[in-house]
Ligand binder design. Structure first.
Ligand code: GLC
Ligand code: CA
Length: 528
């Protein structure tokens, strides 16, 4: 693995295509809209884009129910548009990652339709079928992540099929060799079209226990996110054999020139388990770090996750990923920062100064908060189902705020967006772009500094002891990052150098002579 691989050194940006920019005034963001906004992304300084699903889908789970792995969803555009996006991005040094959803297909996929129609279909075994128990109930106790049993009965064949998500998302059977070949072919198809890699949906979950054994009940030690389902994913996810499948994908990705990148959605709340998905440098190139995402925004908690990650993913073996927002977990300016811009600025400084690859979610660069929606406005099946205690994922999927104009610069004036607008008057690209004190200016300056300073891109991380509520670390030989995540002013001793960036931009250039004073909720990068 080359030290300077572009995906290690760069900053990624996640786009939810339906919500980025609508180029044809139908209220739905599209690929041509993304092409129109490449100027913004180049100006911001990002190196790679991950696009949420772009393939045809009945949209029961907004693209995560794929009905054709080699196409483009007509609402988003055509394959010609996607080719053009890849080419235009490439001209600007930006690589495009697509979303690969190998765990399940839509029940509208041709394979599934054929598998249900005909028990002897060549596609039957592409899915996980099992007979009812003697008493007629589902084959085992597995529960769907989205609620209810993970099994759906098919009257015609008298068997159940497995769905770890919606009943219209049928799990694929990764024990089947033809399926493996078929999916290699899908990856090859896109690699040949020039995609720089894939984000792999629920990468850790694709292989199921061969004997379909019952999951064990959750215990008090289990994270609430598993306990809420009442059981562990003992046999339904994170099986030892999944690593063979990932190695196979990696070998394929590496066989292209330049090698393609695989970023896994390793939704595991135990870092030891997550770290295994890097293999010995022969599995995922990057694996999302959910314990970090879900850590409270407190110096100690974050530092602990980072220190353990550093220990488990040493620089010569593996490369971490840092993100605070995505299309499932809500936006960090709300989740971590309660809409307080000072906190958002510190969070951005943290994300953009770690050892590892940062992933910003569209809107993070302007501190865009979650949008409050009514029950009637929801489109996410999870939000609709669990409304009382969980508003689901729509609050972080609303259209990008480009401007304060009607239409938010997302679509034409008077057009109803597919999902309601947030308060784009209060927070938008247009108002922030030329304001040196804006969140956007800070995000851009931090990305720029990463490009300038090799320390920030590849320098080793080391914690430096500091007062409670603060977090100080060095990156490489000559860069120190000092963050104050508390309501009190703090002083960090024994730092000699010059501030090269600050969440308070007027402080950049200031000398740090022995004692660095940090305002409440602020951060500084010091060249020493
Ligand atoms: C992943 C996706 C999520 C989707 C689920 C099922 O967790 O990020 O949006 O609902 O997989 O495909
Ligand atoms: Ca459109």
């Amino acid at each position: 693995m080359s030290d300077a691989a572009w995906w290690r050194e760069g900053v990624f940006y996640q786009i939810y295509p339906r919500s980025f920019r609508d180029s044809n005034g139908d209220g739905v963001g599209d690929l041509r809209g993304i092409i129109e906004k490449l100027d913004h992304l180049e100006w911001l300084g990002i190196d790679g884009i991950w696009l949420n699903p772009t393939m045809p889908s009945p949209n029961a789970d907004w693209g995560y129910d794929v009905s054709d792995y080699k196409g483009v969803h007509p609402e988003l555009g055509t394959i010609v548009d996607l080719d053009e996006l890849i080419a235009r991005a490439k001209e600007r040094g930006i690589g495009i990652l697509l979303d690969f959803v190998p765990n399940h297909t839509s029940t509208e996929h041709m394979w599934f339709k054929d598998a249900v129609k005909e028990r002897h279909s060549r596609y039957r075994d592409y899915y996980v079928w099992a007979d009812p128990t003697a008493g007629g109930s589902p084959p085992n106790n597995w529960l769907s992540v989205f609620g209810g049993d993970a099994w759906e009965f098919d009257e015609a064949s008298g068997q159940y099929y497995l769905h770890n998500f919606l009943d219209t998302q049928a799990d694929l059977n990764w024990w089947n060799d033809s399926l493996r070949d078929e999916m290699d072919d899908v990856l090859r198809f896109w690699f040949e079209r020039g995609v720089a890699g894939f984000r792999v949906d629920v990468a850790h979950a694709v292989v199921k226990d061969r004997g379909l054994r019952d999951n064990l009940p959750a215990t008090e030690e289990d994270d609430p996110r598993t306990q809420q389902l009442g059981q562990q994913h003992t046999y339904s996810m994170d099986q030892p054999e999944v690593h063979d499948v990932i190695k196979r994908w990696r070998a394929l990705a590496d066989s292209f020139e330049p090698p393609r990148v695989l970023v896994g959605e390793t939704f595991l709340l135990d870092l030891h388990k997550m770290a295994k998905y890097y293999g010995t440098g022969d599995e995922l190139n990057l694996a999302f770090n959910f314990p970090f995402v879900f850590a409270p925004f407190e110096a100690e908690a974050l530092r602990e996750v980072v220190e353990l990650t550093e220990e488990l993913l040493p620089p010569d073996l593996a490369w971490p990923v840092w993100a605070g927002s995505n299309h499932d977990v809500l936006r960090f300016p709300s989740r971590w920062c309660d809409g307080n811009p000072a906190r958002t600025r510190v969070a951005l400084m943290m994300l953009l100064t770690m050892r590892g690859t940062p992933f910003l979610y569209y809107g993070d660069e302007i501190g865009m908060p979650n949008t409050e929606l009514t029950h009637e406005q929801l489109l996410d099946p999870v939000g609709k189902r669990f409304w009382t205690d969980d508003k689901g994922r729509d609050p972080c999927r609303t259209p990008m705020h480009w401007s304060a104009d009607p239409g938010a610069g997302f679509t034409e004036e008077g057009v109803e967006p597919w999902l309601a607008f947030g308060d784009h008057g209060a927070c938008n690209v247009g108002d922030q772009r030329d304001d040196p004190g804006s969140v956007l200016s800070l995000a851009r300056a931090l990305i720029g500094l990463r490009k300038e300073r090799a320390d920030l891109r590849r320098g080793a991380y080391a914690t430096i002891a500091s007062p409670d509520g603060t977090w100080v670390y060095s990156r490489g030989p000559s860069t120190i990052v000092a963050l104050n995540l508390s309501d009190n002013e703090a002083v960090i001793d024994e730092i000699e150098g010059t501030l090269v960036a600050s969440t308070h931009p007027e402080r950049a250039g200031e000398p740090a002579g022995g004692a660095l004073r940090l305002e409440r909720w602020s951060g500084a990068i010091v060249s020493v």
